[in-house]
Unconditional design. Sequence first.
Lengths: 398, 398, 368, 368
Amino acid sequence: MDLGYSESELAYRDEVREFLATRLPKRIANLVKNGKRLAKRDYEEWQAILNARGWLAPNWPKEHGGAEWSAVQKHIFEEECCIAGAPRILPFGLGMLAPVLMKFGSEQQKAHYLPRILDGTDWWCQGYSEPGAGSDLASLKTKAERQGDHYIVNGQKTWTTLGQYADWIFCLVRTSSEGKRQEGISFLLIDMKTPGIEIRPIILLDGEHEVNEVFFTDVKVPVENLVGEENKGWTYAKYLLTHERTGTAGIGFSNAALAHLKSIASTQMKSGRPLKQDPYFAARMAQVEIDLEALKTTNLRVLVQADSGAAPGPESSMLKIKGTVIRQEINDLARRALGPYALPFVSEALDEGYNESPIGPHYANPIAAEYFNNRKLSIFAGSNEIQRGIISKTKLGL
Amino acid sequence: MDLGYSESELAYRDEVREFLATRLPKRIANLVKNGKRLAKRDYEEWQAILNARGWLAPNWPKEHGGAEWSAVQKHIFEEECCIAGAPRILPFGLGMLAPVLMKFGSEQQKAHYLPRILDGTDWWCQGYSEPGAGSDLASLKTKAERQGDHYIVNGQKTWTTLGQYADWIFCLVRTSSEGKRQEGISFLLIDMKTPGIEIRPIILLDGEHEVNEVFFTDVKVPVENLVGEENKGWTYAKYLLTHERTGTAGIGFSNAALAHLKSIASTQMKSGRPLKQDPYFAARMAQVEIDLEALKTTNLRVLVQADSGAAPGPESSMLKIKGTVIRQEINDLARRALGPYALPFVSEALDEGYNESPIGPHYANPIAAEYFNNRKLSIFAGSNEIQRGIISKTKLGL
Amino acid sequence: MDFDLNEDRRMLQDTLGRFLREQYTIEKRLEFAQSEQGYSSQMWQQFADLGIIGALFDEKAGGYGGHGDDLMVVFEQLGKALVVEPILSSAVLSGTILSSLNSDLVEQIISGQTQVSLAHLEPESRYDLAHISASAVQDADDWVINAHKSMVLGASSANRLIVSARTGGEANDENGISLFLVDPMASGVELRSYSTIDGYGAADVFLVNSPAQLLGDKDKAFALIELAHARAIVAICAQCLGACEVAKDMTVEYMHTRKQFGVIIGKFQVLQHRMADVLIELEQMRSSIINAAGYLEDGRILREKHVSAAKNLIGRAGRQIAEEAIQIHGGIAMTWEASVSHYAKHIIMIDHLFGDTDHHLERYIELN
Amino acid sequence: MDFDLNEDRRMLQDTLGRFLREQYTIEKRLEFAQSEQGYSSQMWQQFADLGIIGALFDEKAGGYGGHGDDLMVVFEQLGKALVVEPILSSAVLSGTILSSLNSDLVEQIISGQTQVSLAHLEPESRYDLAHISASAVQDADDWVINAHKSMVLGASSANRLIVSARTGGEANDENGISLFLVDPMASGVELRSYSTIDGYGAADVFLVNSPAQLLGDKDKAFALIELAHARAIVAICAQCLGACEVAKDMTVEYMHTRKQFGVIIGKFQVLQHRMADVLIELEQMRSSIINAAGYLEDGRILREKHVSAAKNLIGRAGRQIAEEAIQIHGGIAMTWEASVSHYAKHIIMIDHLFGDTDHHLERYIELN
């Protein structure tokens, strides 16, 4: 057993740090660190920089332009990026669709789509969730009927993150109503510019436009946009959901959030001393830090095992639950740390150009909104209740 | 709305205090306060004193020798008794069997048994639970077959508290296996001296003998010992379980336990000051005190409502859950408060006669055992899970 | 001992409840909150006309209530509708102070004519009522104030401000704090107005050499400020309870209708048990408010102990209830469109008004 | 980065695990614990013969292990069987000290010939390792000690005691503490022996003018005492993990077999989800022990931070797991007869050894 990084891992970490220090635009890092809104071009700018370095697709094999990193390397990269204030890498094309295409797509599909994902030509969004389905994904209703060389798609998708920027959407659609619910599902790639697609914003509880509804009315999709076989989409869907392991625990995000919390607690004064010296608040912070330190090791243990070929399975459910509980707790503490100044909220102050003086401390404005926004963590991507069910079924045999 | 006690309630409280100050034997109060074992005679002595004053049966109507107190009076009495260190009044005859007899028993049964409960002639124990039944009471298997003027009882009861002292046991027995499980149950009174009854101790996790198993082998019970009608026992059983409301929340016990905890925390030193001044420990104590203060009011609200005729129903489930959670939390804090001296446990030191010097502080010995013993609170008398089910069904309609 | 409301209060409860259900839908509330002014002047006047404001003052002050029970009854109903009109700041925070000083502004507040806001806490105060640095100096017969007051509820629409400032003592002394009446139009007064994340109007108020009129005794205002906050805490706790009840009702309703895996989610035992715990906490909330309301007119220690107990318990229970409401609703609760999200936001953010869970736990320990 | 055990340790784990499963049933354990001596001399010797004790010392000291991993592997297995033989006190607490000082007692400990107990904490110390009042004075060439030492694990059967006492400084100084070797048969030494509520042998030790022999440097023993406790904490945490795993297994097994209302209780979603949380906490426990074990040989701050983190996490998770095990088992878990009750008792009471959850949380904050 050896807890430390190997020499080559340490060298790699230094390389990542050096890269971030020199190539991550200060402007973008400042937006991230100050909880500002990111525009489409901010994501694109950063992803282009990563792609130029060959680091945009840690999971991809080298033949497709990926970095083919080990689990530990991905972990290091994620941690360093979060601490440096890099924007998150949007997973829709890179982490979700691409693995499906590589495993189940035709040669043509791979040759066409993969390079365009890497170089940013196509911005992808996901068409999994439907209204009324929630965590019960297989109950989806969006229908695709074969008519000659096309599918005619009708239905509605929802929770489509950043769909407002997307060029393409990958969709789960129902191509058959026979057999079990899981059996009539297919996996389609749809150009967002196709007539009959309408996208409507969903405004979140903090007033933000991050997700969307997408409506399909007689949308014509060429049959060559089918991935794999018709009615086999459920297999691909599950592959997609279980493929992306790195990051389930959100260690990098929690690290960055905890560091931010600590700096807030050093500045905020309570009874004449910094809040971080308040025994009760310090105890709460220490407890979540202890949990996070343990989760880092739990996460690495799972990753190292996954690298050595063992399937992660329910372990990722454990990481998801504990990871979200910890992150939400940190968000809650940050909200508390602010005292009364958690209350004022000026939406425009989240824009890059805003330059009026802040209300209260300069870091205050986004904090409560983040707390509310991150309640989603325990709901989306399979609610924590669903995850507990998976653990109970697979690990306990119940 | 008026939170204070009325003048007559205050006068009554003074009367109770005066009575406890003068009539509760110091010897017994010391046993209780020091967590010592109580012998059969200790219970009997105290109950005789209460009976002499006419206060042994707060719930009983005056015609049967009860006190016929209001809910608030009973609450006051319970609180004062606990603080004074009075032994608990054993509920088996007084609080459980008697109400059933009064409502469903024959005139003969009432005339015979009720006075003997009051004057201590008969020590009753309960024969409800069976091994394997747990909170699913209706699954009971002990059988009573009618043979002429007798029932022949075969089976086993368990968790019979202080059954080792009992003269009589009231039992739920199966007299029919037809229809729903609830329909073939009868309510029998059985003399513990009847041949065929064997009682065996169950040693609890703290080494104590508090509960028993009772085995019935061809036990002959006269038919006149049947309460009410044959096969209607489930109705009586449920009446028994829902009748006794006062005390569900265990306010008096929690009050006394919290007072004890505070005195321990004043004595125990941590980093050169009393533990109660440690911010983190003080916060835990304050939080449970705040919860208890609110529960006192919740309890009184339910009691006052019950007095005015509204049926308590699921409210008693709420009181049971929150009351046990609070009491267990206080027990947990007391255990923590002791530090390393929570560990030593000398069983003989629980006996009245023990007079070796204590190990660690004089109050230490029973504390960890109490913590373990009181884990039962959330299990017995309908586990907290069962109670949540009741609330969900009745209050939420789910 | 009696936990029932008297006849008058039951009527008040019914009238206000009915009015809000009919007139104050969530759509209207959001519209009011997002309007330029941040609330509806028409509603404000209607609350006054209905006697809702008068119910928060005692007869001596020209009202017909003013006890803890009245605060409880009114604000529970206001919480159920997430009412944004600045009743708390005018009628409770300022109202308590003004009626104690027999100010003739009270009559105008009750009639709806005037709004008054209390500008007390400052950026460095956190929740500490004695941590005041603003200074007031006497200049001939007049007083002149320099101050930065933070999170002043209802400030933008207030016709008058009550501003606290030091006339003696150090930043943390209870002694040496005085109260002043300030015209928001007076020289040197500037407001930085904003909305809170849960939709209520507030402002940071800056005073630079602003003229002010002394209210009550010089140096001795702390006790009155503390009393005003005690009453405001009872009110906001009741408001939180009202909001929690609605959030609970919405969640139970959702559990009865929303299906997953072919069954209503209310059939899932895990959710049932969690909602059972929510019901218990709601009863506990109510009890703690009853205690705090019932001891409002008692001695300081008893009153403040129960006030801090209530605010602590409500902070904890509120968080639990709001987070369960969101979690059980799932994704839909994350949207602006879902009413439950607005209830959840308010329930959580109440923790940041007048001292949070931790502040009041510590205070409870000190008072013990 | 590598989380796998090496070949030697895997063998050690397998050998010890198999031995315990076959030889150390719960019935035997209860018999040993309730015997006059409080453990089995035969088992003690067998552990020595199997090399279990030697595995806790490094090669320099005549063992063949002694690293954090070894502690983890051995004590997790000992925890699984609730082993009562005083390995912790002899081989870890005393062993760490003696091997650091190159004492020839180590060889006898490894062979099973000798047991040594560390008598360090006192009734007023609570969990504070520096809070020592016992005094040692030099009388010609000899040292004489006066002390009351509390909760000395394994004291009754120890052939030698290591006793800490002040040779300088005040009650809370880290400086001025020295260690002494004491013969329990020497004059003035008295033991008040007892069993802990979870079945382990301990004693309060009284020394009145007892002769003693200085161990190591005068006044400078604190660092060594802290190191011994760091290693003991890793050991006891691993022991707790082992016990928790068994408690979890028993509970899962019970959920598969116990029926209520006609179905196995494992079908109840509420219990499923709570057990899922238990599984998560078990992984977290293991991770925190891996961290603490892995940093045992690093610098003090890093080592102690991870040690305190582990003890804190294990205290919290242990309580959750033990209480769930009892609650899910229901009434049966309240009985002596049910093995799970003995596991639950030990898991909970470990919190009282070497500093509890709160103590280590505070310490973690201080070390940060």
